[in-house]
Design a protein. Structure first.
Lengths: 991, 91
């Protein structure tokens, strides 16, 4: 029990008390509290156990820089570990607990790690478990135990029940930080007519003013103010990522409201007014609960009306500690102030003494005493050798520390703008600024409140001038500084002959000796030291111990801080839940679902669906409720072979290619010629990539001299369109060709089987023009415009005589809005002719039997010859890929080529992805692979595979191969056959 | 996030675009030598600094743009339509 609520003071709302639960105990705080301030007010000191050594930890700060009070907030699916208690806004019913401790934070068995801590220094795990000769196997064995013993809180394993939105914002000026500088900048810029957004990570505006007990007085009329919003990253072209917490502080929030928003802001200009963070000092046991930043102590008194203890020692080397000490003393805390400087600034000393502060100049903190919380502070004086002689212990229950201030330059670092070391102010200051970014306030090392206000106004005037060209009267930009007396930088206090456990990154249990160890072992660059020790990594991102670590590394290497260099701060500035980045793009909303215009009519008839890319395609059409996939697809495929079937082929890409040079364009794009294709005829074509590999295939229709429609596979519908655009815009700008995607405007079906003509003819409108689909009226590969009789009238359709199944077949395209009527009309005639609708599974069976290739075969590794299409390549005209397809390895004879595979034993089966091997040589990549399998009713009813085999089927005639599937664990003997077994002369489709 | 100022659509997020590689490559005649095609298809410089590259406004006007971008700083210094005749006509 150390902290307590003061009888008055602070800006918390004492009329609104809030109940919350800490480690199962109900406690009370006020509206306006953070979890940290409420816990201090309730006398809680030990809030967690540290990462490696399980040392007790308490509140160390009042902001984002917190390294001690890492707690778990929420329960069940909403359990969130490693939250900084200093940033958690208290709300009614909040549930929080300490972490990394068993059974609890006050009595933790893991504390034994602290006794053995000399074995757990930086790099210990790597040296011990991954050393030479041990290999990583041992590490992998031990890792799970080590991770369990050393760790943070544990996340919920349930799906995130909350929703998140991604919001897109635009503004003239984005002001980051609502301290005195940011508020002044936003106020002035808005009054000059700029569209201003002001973001503040806290739930209250004011920044540093809040800690001084002042309330901000800016007039923010017209400013879009976002509190609880962190600018977590600054990206290219000055795009800023914001994380806005919407409902974390609202108990029982409407579940329809997103928990948080990611806001992506594209501002014209930015003013960074992100302030500065106070630094701790490395001294013995400086992580004991009760030790916190000096400014944080004042913040708890001034903002929250909470005192951190009854007897305080405040220590540091700058002017800011005087105000903190006076605040504590005025609040009734018995306060001793240690100024590291030999001479206390007289006017400050006078004020402190007048307030009842016991001032000791020239003294430093040496070691905090007390087993689990601070009971006393041992202090000392520096001797001539620079080391400190320990003198005496001051009894106390809390210690305030200030090693100086570090401007929050993190966002600039995200953009690659390195800060520069300022030796006089002992901090990194922004150096060259990226274009479009202004800075104001203590982030620039301007410390006084009035100077910060002036700086904010000056930066706003600069922004107004840059955006509007208008000159606004504003104060001159103040120079960095503002303290009456120079600061004495304090990094570490060492005493000869004493081993002090001095932490510089409490979150990762990194001590001063770890940094020296890293330097001794050769990790001499800050980036290496950071990785070896884990200093400033993860959620800390260099907020706490970064500067001390660099200073100590520089000292160990006997060089200056600028010579040593600095690490790079990376986004996010503070942690952002991964679910927020996903936004709405999760579960079914991860990708759009595309339905063809005939989706509904097929669904009404009971179609089962298959995901094909983003498309829903009919997989099979059960004849009755209990019919299985296996039964249905064989029935459907048999109908196509024996009577007639109808299938939805809308998903094929359709590209209009028009203009005087359309035929020339197609000639260059396809391996085969299109110049001589007759009008109202269509032709199958294959495209290669520049490197000579097959890209895609499809049928191109010619409606007129300069009017074509190229169809693509479903898989390449979008890429083929982009490829055509690329060629016409970048490579052949002289070709007079326009292209347009028709894929959404037209839908299509294929009607296939010996009775396809009869069914189609019966569906055509009587007495309309066109409508002769006899072999003479519409020969193989012919096109015809016709009208289909549908319920309530007629619809225009385009018919082409194309076959994918190998049967007599027609492809019929109609306007998308006419497609449902087309499906109904044709299906009625298909059924009248003894047929049925068929789906993807039957379509696959038919094409595998026929030996037609799809995207499964044309997988980006296959040449024309491999696919058995070598004869299509024209020798009369040049085409894309014609040169590089002749490269020796692509032209060699024994490449894998398309083939059929039959199991030797009828009852045996194999799967897609299986490896084809020589007998007795089942190893590696074998001699081929399987790309499609089916039961093949038209080829004897047995199992049939399509795929590739080295040298092609001719080489393997009469020999058996082994189809091996090491993943599923079987081997099947098979014989290889030509892929053109079914109706090799094409008599059926030409009939 | 890069912002790319499309001549048709105005400044847009780079997520609307698809990167289409080096804009300085000149493709040889379709029946040129294997060496020329090999060079055009497979050999690329990897400049550190100013670079000329193609971006396809695939979720916008579907124009191919030649973007002058510094690969080190990501700063964009120039944008034009790849299709010269259209660019001329728009002047």
């Amino acid at each position: 029990m150390s902290g307590y609520r003061l009888p008055s003071g602070g800006v918390v709302d004492r009329a609104r008390s809030l109940d919350f639960t800490w480690d199962g105990h109900t406690m009370r705080g006020y509206a306006g509290d953070t979890l940290a301030s409420a816990l201090i007010a309730n006398g809680e000191q030990i809030l967690g156990r540290s990462f490696k050594y399980h040392r007790p930890r308490g509140v160390m700060s009042a902001g984002t820089e917190e390294g001690g009070a890492l707690v778990t907030v929420g329960a069940g699916a909403r359990r969130e570990p490693n939250a900084k208690a200093t940033q958690v806004e208290l709300s009614q019913g909040l549930v929080a607990s300490g972490q990394n401790a068993w059974p609890n934070v006050r009595f933790d068995l893991g504390r034994v790690n602290d006794v053995f801590n000399r074995f757990l220094s930086a790099g210990f795990y790597y040296k011990t478990f991954m050393g030479v000769g041990r290999g990583t196997g041992q590490w992998m064995f031990f890792e799970k135990f080590i991770r369990k013993a050393a760790g943070m809180g544990s996340a919920s394993r349930e799906p995130d029940p909350d929703s998140y939105d991604i919001v897109h914002d635009f503004c003239d000026l984005l002001v980051i930080g609502a301290g005195p500088a940011g508020l002044a900048a936003a106020e002035l810029a808005a009054s000059e007519g700029l569209d201003v957004m002001l973001v503040e990570q806290d739930f209250a505006l004011g920044g540093g003013l809040l800690g001084m007990g002042e309330t901000p007085g800016a007039d923010l009329d017209g400013v879009r103010v976002l509190t609880r919003t962190t600018a977590f990253g600054l990206y290219d072209t000055n795009v800023v990522g914001l994380y806005e917490r919407v409902t974390d502080h609202v108990p029982g929030a409407d579940p329809a409201t997103p928990r948080a928003n990611i806001r992506i802001v594209r501002p014209q200009r930015i003013i960074l007014a992100s302030g500065a963070i106070e630094r701790p000092v490395a001294f013995g046991n400086n992580d004991r609960p009760g030790v916190m930043l000096s400014g944080a102590m004042a913040t708890y008194v001034n903002r929250f009306g909470v005192a951190p203890g009854r007897r305080a020692v405040v220590a540091g080397g700058g002017d800011s500690i005087y105000g903190d000490a006076i605040t504590l003393a005025m609040a009734g805390v018995q306060t001793t102030l240690l100024d590291a400087r030999e001479t206390a600034p007289p006017e400050l000393a006078e004020a402190a003494t007048a307030a009842g502060v016991d001032l000791w100049a020239g003294y430093l903190p040496v070691e905090a005493q007390g087993r689990s919380t601070v009971k006393a502070l041992q202090i000392g004086r520096p001797a001539l050798d620079g080391h400190v002689r320990s003198e005496r212990a001051l009894p106390c229950d809390c210690v305030g520390i200030s090693g100086g201030w570090s401007p929050s330059v993190h966002l600039l670092s995200h953009k690659g703008a390195k800060p520069a070391w300022d030796a006089q102010m002992a901090c990194l200051l922004p150096d060259a600024l990226p274009e479009g970014i202004g800075i104001a306030g203590s982030v620039t090392g301007v410390w006084g409140t009035e100077d910060c206000v002036a700086h904010g106004q000056a930066a706003a005037a600069e922004a107004v001038h840059a955006l509007n060209g208008k000159k606004v009267k504003a104060p001159k930009e103040p120079a960095p500084g503002g303290w009456a007396n120079p600061i004495k930088p304090l990094w570490e206090v060492t005493v000869p002959g004493r081993k002090l456990k001095s932490f510089i990154d409490p979150q990762h249990d990194v001590t001063t000796s770890d940094v020296r160890l890293a330097a001794r072992e050769g990790y001499a660059s800050p980036e290496h030291m950071k990785r070896y020790t884990t200093l400033g990594m993860a959620t800390d991102q260099g907020k706490v111990g970064n500067m001390i670590g660099l200073a100590l590394l520089a000292e160990a290497l006997d060089q200056s801080i600028p010579e040593t260099g600095i690490t790079t701060f990376r986004p996010p500035y503070t942690p952002v839940p991964i679910g927020a980045f996903a936004g709405r793009a999760r579960d079914k909303h991860y990708a759009p679902e595309r339905q063809t215009p005939m989706h509904k009519v097929q669904g009404e008839d009971g179609a089962k669906w298959l995901d094909v890319g983003v498309w829903k395609r009919a997989w099979y059409h059960p004849a009755h409720a209990g019919e299985t996939l296996g039964e249905a697809y064989l029935r459907e495929a048999t109908a196509v072979r024996e009577t007639v079937g109808l299938v939805d082929v809308t998903t094929l890409g359709k590209i209009a290619v028009q203009g005087p040079d359309a035929a020339e364009f197609l000639n260059r794009v396809f391996v085969n010629g299109f110049g001589k294709l007759a009008v109202m005829k269509c032709r199958y074509g294959v495209m290669l990539r520049d490197d000579g590999i097959v890209f895609d295939d499809g049928v191109t229709w010619r409606f007129g001299e300069d009017d074509f429609m190229a169809t693509t596979t479903t898989a390449h519908a979008a890429t083929a369109m982009a490829w055509f655009e690329n060629l016409l815009q970048t490579r052949w700008p002289d070709l007079r060709v326009n292209i347009a995607s028709l894929s959404d405007q037209w839908g299509g079906v294929a009607i296939a089987g010996p009775r396809a003509r009869a069914a189609l003819q019966a569906a055509l409108a009587p007495n309309a023009s066109g409508g002769d689909v006899s072999n003479e009226g519409l020969p193989f590969m012919g096109i015809q415009n016709a009208k289909l009789a549908v319920e309530g009238g007629e619809i225009p359709v385009m018919i082409a005589r194309i076959s994918f199944s190998g049967e007599l077949a027609f492809e019929i395209n109609a306007r998308s809005d006419h497609c449902p009527a087309m499906w109904r009309a044709l299906l009625a005639q298909v059924k009248a002719n003894g047929g049925c609708a068929y789906g993807m599974e039957a379509l696959g069976a038919l094409r595998i039997e026929k030996g037609h290739v799809t995207a499964a075969e044309l997988d980006g590794r296959v040449t024309l010859e491999d696919a058995g299409l070598g004869k299509m390549a024209s020798t009369k005209k040049p085409f894309i890929g014609m040169v590089l397809r002749k490269r020796p390895d692509l032209a060699r004879e024994n490449r894998p080529q398309l083939a059929h595979f039959h199991p030797v034993t009828d009852s045996e089966k194999f799967s897609i992805g299986a490896v084809v091997c020589e007998e007795g040589k089942v190893e590696g990549h074998g001699i081929g692979w399987i790309t499609g399998v089916t039961v093949a009713p038209a080829l004897g009813g047995g199992w049939l595979g399509i795929g590739f085999v080295t040298g092609g089927p001719g080489v393997w005639e009469g020999r058996e191969v082994v189809i091996a599937d090491p993943v599923r664990g079987y081997e099947v003997k098979a014989r290889v056959a030509s892929p053109h077994q079914y109706d090799p002369k094409g008599e059926r489709m030409h009939g | 996030m890069l912002r790319i100022d499309c001549p048709f659509c105005g400044p847009r997020d780079h997520t609307e675009f698809s990167y289409e590689g080096d804009a300085t490559v000149e493709y040889p005649a379709l029946d040129a030598s294997e060496d020329e095609w090999f060079e055009a298809v497979f050999l690329r410089d990897n400049p550190r600094g100013p670079h000329s590259e193609l971006w396809h406004h695939i979720q916008g006007c579907r124009s191919f743009l030649v973007v002058q971008r510094d690969t080190l700083t990501h700063q964009i210094t120039g944008i034009r339509l790849a299709h010269q005749p259209t660019a001329e006509a728009l002047k």
